[in-house]
Design a protein around this ligand. Structure first.
Ligand code: F3S
Length: 411
């Protein structure tokens, strides 16, 4: 693998031990994946910022790097942590657990990481541009950056993302190349679905697509239109049920003005029709039950200000049921704006709680003893049974908020 003089000097230790280690890891990754060179990156995003993911091993790794003077070389942001830093006691987080997350926060701070604590860094302090190369992890952020923005990043693993941040480079293969961004499978929205497409179909469509394509690149034709939040929801679901890191939505995402452009002139390997019955079946698979619930989770990926406005508008003048916790996940920047605009107060007045800088899937919730969670998120629906340990019921956003008020999901 070709290295520039600067990269070779980094590998040889002239820029310190942490960057030498980072270059060694990236070089080996590149050789294993057929890269012939490195490419400079504009930014990195780290998934092992959470104690749940990093654990004690992560603290040891970060501690060693900091002791050797590690500093990130490019703009680098943190994924959600395992605690809400301002309210962890209110979420029944054990004090010793919170203390370990705070140690990780201090170590990341010493390396120069921007403490965004969000899976939507692209809305705040890490906004990528079309065509930029990135070194990101966090499946929902990677798929958004690649698909909606048209930036270029592979789906990096924990710690490889930090190597990218330290070296300011990644090996040039996969989604960094033009050829690696070619669509594989064409999903064609059937007329019955196109004619009745609703907001809450985006997560199940993403979930269905992810299950089918796994790590291939889907191209979806026939979606009548999509907002920022709908694309976010679709991508997060596809990246959870499969390993989708890039999708093309014809006429909507920047590299797919036409089907031909999305496939770069090649023929799709496969064509799959998707009708209303497929969406209904997928929603049942994601959690089709009804009846009483004890927790509602919205804001996965972290809620935008538009979503906060929507929650507040629904909850204004209503009251969350006494047997239900309504948790709204978002980041500190959106929380502050939502507070400035009064949305946060409206949600809290109704009995909802803001869960900021973390989420249901990232923090220890055993103390609550929840049994049934309702969510509007395809990613929560995928992970909840294992990470939260509860049954999951998938419904649209308004139905979720309604369930929080009535205490039960009604279909
Ligand atoms: Fe973000 Fe947690 Fe969902 S990290 S994408 S809110 S599972």
């Amino acid at each position: 693998m070709y290295l520039t003089d600067a990269e070779q000097r980094m590998l040889d230790g002239h820029d310190g031990a942490p960057r030498a280690q980072a270059m060694a890891v990236l070089s080996r990754l590149g050789e294993a994946c057929g890269a012939d060179r490195m490419v400079p990156i504009a930014s990195a995003h780290l998934v092992a910022s959470s104690y749940q993911i990093a654990g004690e091993a992560g603290i040891a790794i970060y501690g060693d790097l900091v002791a050797h003077g590690a500093r990130v070389a490019v703009r680098t942001t943190s994924d959600p942590g395992s605690i809400d830093f301002a309210r962890w006691q209110a979420f029944k987080t054990p004090a010793d657990y919170a203390a370990r997350q705070i140690v990780i926060a201090e170590l990341l701070d010493q390396m120069g990481v921007i403490p965004t604590w969000t899976c939507t860094p692209y809305t705040t302090f890490n906004v990528p541009r079309f065509g930029e190369h990135l070194g990101w992890s966090e499946s929902s952020a990677v798929v958004f950056a690649n698909s909606v923005v048209g930036a270029r990043t592979n789906r990096l693993a924990a710690y490889v993302d930090l190597c990218a941040a330290l070296a300011g480079r990644v090996p040039y293969f996969g989604l960094h190349t033009d050829a690696g961004r070619t669509g594989d499978i064409l999903f064609e929205i059937a007329p019955d679905l196109a004619a009745a497409f609703e907001d809450h179909y985006f997560p199940p469509l993403g979930y269905l697509v992810g299950q089918v394509v796994k790590d291939k690149i889907p191209v979806i034709r026939g979606v009548p239109g999509a907002t920022f939040d709908q694309l976010k929801a679709f991508g997060a679901a596809s990246a959870a049920s499969g390993s989708v890191a890039l999708y093309h939505m014809v006429g909507i995402t920047p590299e797919a003005p036409t089907v031909e452009a999305a496939f770069r002139g090649e023929a799709p390997r496969e064509r799959i029709p998707v009708g209303l019955a497929d969406i209904t079946a997928t929603m049942a698979q994601m959690g089709g039950g009804d009846g009483p619930i004890d927790v509602v989770g919205v804001g996965c990926p972290h809620a935008s200000i538009d979503q906060m406005r929507r929650y507040a508008a629904f909850l204004d003048g209503k009251r969350v049921h006494a047997n239900v916790q309504l948790w709204v996940c978002t980041n500190t920047t959106v929380e502050q704006m939502a507070r400035t605009m009064g949305y946060a107060q409206t949600i809290e007045r109704a009995g909802g709680r803001l869960m900021v800088g973390t989420c249901h899937n990232d923090c220890p919730l055993a103390a609550w003893g929840f049994r049934r969670l309702a969510t509007d998120s395809g990613k929560f629906a995928y992970y909840t049974p294992t990470t939260v340990g509860t049954e999951c019921l998938f419904v649209g956003t308004d139905a979720c908020l309604q369930a929080a008020v009535t205490g039960k999901v009604e279909r």
